[in-house]
Design a protein around this ligand. Structure first.
Ligand SMILES: [Zn+2]
Length: 123
């Protein structure tokens, strides 16, 4: 299960920025996923939501930003965006290409909310 290990990784990355003693709660996590990673977003979300159950990260929302596949031709320098897995330059047909984007798998943003502040409002 590709998506399960990805979800685990996203959580462990978030935990590195997260300290439980400053009354903060994870509100949302933005994840950048390149198309080449072949991730099923629904499945990733399902695994993520299952893993954060009853944890300090419970109720955190994951937002997925999809990064398209961009290729640069080594022959003619043409940069193209590709939807499928055709790894050849659409301009000259050359297959010597460099992947510029589409391989990403990063946590790009973590939003925290302060729990103690919320309490003060409630009281
Ligand atoms: Zn080319």
């Amino acid at each position: 299960m590709h998506e399960l290990s990805l979800a685990q990784e996203i959580i462990s990355i978030t935990e590195q920025y997260y300290s439980s003693d400053n009354n903060e709660r994870v509100k949302s996590i933005k994840v950048k996923i390149g198309k080449l990673q072949n991730v099923l977003p629904d499945s990733l979300e399902f695994c993520f939501n299952a893993l954060i159950q009853n944890s300090k990260m419970e109720n955190a929302k994951m937002m997925i930003e999809h990064v398209p596949i961009k290729l640069e031709c080594k022959n003619c320098g043409n940069i193209s965006e590709q939807d499928g897995y055709l790894f050849a330059c659409p301009k000259c047909g050359c297959s010597a290409i460099t992947v510029i984007s589409g391989n990403e798998l990063t946590v790009s943003e973590i939003e925290f909310e302060n729990v103690s502040n919320n309490k003060e409002v409630l009281n």
